[in-house]
Each structure stands twice: as structure tokens, then as C-alpha cells.
Design a protein around this ligand. Structure first.
Ligand code: NI
Length: 260
């Protein structure tokens, strides 16, 4: 069985001690492709470097809502810088702009700046004909509104998707993929069954969001891509299909949205 982990942060400092080893073990465990996600400028540069070094690692670059500068001038500078980096490194290994979006859980005070950063990076994705990877936390209504007002040509993915039925309904209507991570396996995940059932197999992706959010039975430990199988198992159980089937369709879907 082969897996495609659609979102991990092997660029995170939590992997500084044993990154090479974990990357090797990830591949050997059957996770034969994964995406290393940037969230600011240094982490985007690191993700590009990893994708150049390893054939089976792909890169996404962008500035997350939790990593944007706190004033307009600095924000424009950062957006310009990330645009230059992406444009200069545009190869088949750079598969999306992300993670970008809105996060009102961690940051409620700068909603307008978050929206500006989100919209500017959607424009960048549209210029380069890339999909986007969306981080949306406690900001469902505004996230959907931004996507309606600023159509994304190549669509994209709701990453580590919150278990919010209303948001998923609109995300699917807009043609986006839904990527589930560890939280659907948690014992207190109240809506997991309902939301997983809502997403058709051809719009489904799986991810770890490593090093965070380890799925059961490894909850609380550092996460790595090898745990993506637990997310697949949980979805298979809910949908009443084999884990192989989930592994296969999510692999194919990732290949399609990332144009690999
Ligand atoms: Ni992430």
C-alpha cells in the first residue's frame, strides 16, 4: 500500500535532530510521496530545498495567517519577497501556494491584514496557474467569502480541515478538495463521522500536518508522515471501504490537484 501525505512540515525545527533519518523511514514505510509545507519565508525556502534534494518530496510556499507581518508596509514587502522566491523556483516540484488563509483562533485583531495577505497570495497562485492550500481556523464564513470574491483558477485544498459541515459544504461547491488530518481520529471528535461522509472519494485527501496533531494511537507524540495510515484507516472505517481504497484514491487525488 502506498500513501501520499498531502501536508507535512519536515521543515520544522522539531526535525532538526533526525530529519534525514525520518525522511528515509517515511519512504520505507510506504509513504512514497509527501508535501512539505511552508508557512513563512524561511520555512518556504527550506521546503524548496527539501523538494530539490528528494525526488519524492514536493514543496508548497506561502505565508500563513499566523506568520504575516503586523503592518501594511511590512506585509507588502513580504508578499513581494515570497512572490520572487516562488517565481524564481517555479518547477514541477513546487506544487501550490500555501499554506495561506485566515486564522481567527490565534489572531482576531488583524482580520483585514489576514484577508489582504490571503487575497494577494491567491492572485499570485492565479498568475502562476497554481492551486492553493488553505489554512482556515475559526474563520469559515470569511474564508468562503474571500474564495467567492477571488476565484482561484486552479482550485486547491482545505488542509487539516476543521469539522465544520457548513464550511465543507461550501468548499465542495466551490470545487475544492478536503484534506483530513489526525483530529478526525481523536476520541472527542464529535463530527468526524458526519464530515467524512460528506466528502466524496474524488475530493478527499489525507495528511499528517507533522510534527503536530498526531492521530490516535500516537496522540501527544511528535507526528511524522508514517502516521498518515491512521487517518486513512479512520476514513475507511467511516466510509465502510478498505484502507487500500482510501490510500489509492487519496494518492490519485493528490497527483491530480498537484499536477504531478
Ligand atoms: Ni500546516
Amino acid at each position: 500500500m502506498e500513501f501520499f501525505d498531502s501536508h507535512a512540515h519536515y521543515n520544522d525545527e522539531k526535525f532538526d535532530e533526525d530529519r534525514e533519518q525520518i525522511i528515509k523511514e517515511t519512504y520505507q514505510s510506504g509513504v512514497t510521496k509527501f508535501v512539505c509545507a511552508g508557512y513563512d519565508i524561511p520555512s518556504s525556502i527550506k521546503s524548496l530545498a527539501l523538494s530539490k534534494k528528494y525526488e519524492y518530496i514536493y514543496s508548497i510556499c506561502g505565508i500563513s495567517p499566523n506568520d504575516i507581518p503586523q503592518n501594511n508596509t511590512e506585509l507588502w514587502k513580504s508578499i513581494e519577497e515570497i512572490s520572487e522566491i516562488v517565481t524564481q523556483n517555479l518547477t514541477k516540484k513546487l506544487v501550490a501556494i500555501g499554506e495561506i488563509g485566515l486564522d481567527y483562533y490565534w489572531n482576531k485583531e488583524n482580520k483585514e491584514l489576514q484577508k489582504q495577505a490571503f487575497i494577494k497570495q491567491i492572485e499570485l497562485a492565479n498568475q502562476l496557474a497554481l492551486p492553493i492550500v488553505i489554512h482556515s481556523r475559526d474563520a469559515a464564513v470569511d474564508t468562503i467569502q474571500v474564495l467567492r470574491d477571488n476565484p482561484v483558477k486552479e482550485k486547491g485544498i482545505f488542509h487539516c480541515c476543521q469539522q465544520n459541515q457548513e464550511m465543507i459544504k461550501h468548499a465542495l461547491e466551490l470545487g475544492f478538495y478536503i484534506s483530513f488530518a489526525g483530529p478526525i481520529t481523536f476520541k472527542n471528535a464529535k463530527n468526524a463521522v458526519d464530515v467524512v461522509k460528506m466528502v466524496p472519494l474524488d475530493k478527499l485527501l489525507i495528511e499528517t500536518d507533522s510534527p503536530y496533531l498526531s492521530p490516535e494511537p500516537n496522540r501527544g507524540k511528535r507526528n511524522d508522515c508514517r502516521n498518515v495510515r491512521y487517518v486513512a484507516e479512520k476514513i475507511a472505517e467511516i466510509k465502510g471501504v478498505e484502507t487500500e481504497e482510501i490510500a489509492r484514491v487519496t494518492y490519485e487525488n493528490a497527483m491530480k490537484i498537484f499536477k504531478i
